[in-house]
Design a protein around this ligand. Sequence first.
Ligand SMILES: O=C[C@H](O)[C@H](O)[C@H](O)COP(=O)(O)O
Length: 224
Amino acid sequence: MEKKRMAGEEAAKRIQPGMKVGLGTGSTAYYTIVEVGRRVKEGLDIVAIPTSRETERLARELGIPLTDFRTCPRLDLTIDGADAVTPDLQLIKGGGGALLREKLVASISDELIIVVDDSKLYDHLSGLAIPVEVVPFAWETTARRIEALGGRWTLRERDGEVFVTDNHNYILDTVFDEVVDPADLARRLKLTTGVVESGLFVDMANEVAIGTDDGVIWRKKPGI
Ligand SMILES: O=C[C@H](O)[C@H](O)[C@H](O)COP(=O)(O)O
């Protein structure tokens, strides 16, 4: 928890007055949001778009001013968590089921900063569970199509019930033994009828703040 807190709070320092900010979801982004709330109380003037209903609730509780996509078609910065980060900053997201809203918010952000602890660092994405959001209608057919791409899926459940996302969809946590080309896999999933979005975030993150025993380490996208 301490490492997540350090990363979350450190990244929040990147937020400047007047910025339009995307607020991520999960236990690491939580610390960013709490820090933003603290700074807002001290007079920081920002507006934000939340990436989930859970984050929206927290932001409202903390008095962070919210905006929407109509008023605010571009964001300066989004700070969000991740489930896996590779050395070239390819990501898996969606452990909390918020991947679709997270990707939409990240897609309108000039910059995406990821906050993680060092348990989220991987050399590659092979063998890791990738959340895939699918429409409930004919989800079994969609699952078979994902199998045909080489994925082994599990329908996500919570408390013995099928997990339903903020967008009223299901999640198939899907393992591919070999992920050689994440961009290609993301494309093939996206082209599968019934798939709404995958938790593969390819070439989207600019920087990662990593909480470690020795403090926060920043990792930039190669070439920046
Ligand atoms: O759907 C949830 C998000 O992608 C989270 O940002 C991700 O699962 C990481 O969450 P946490 O910081 O709780 O590990």
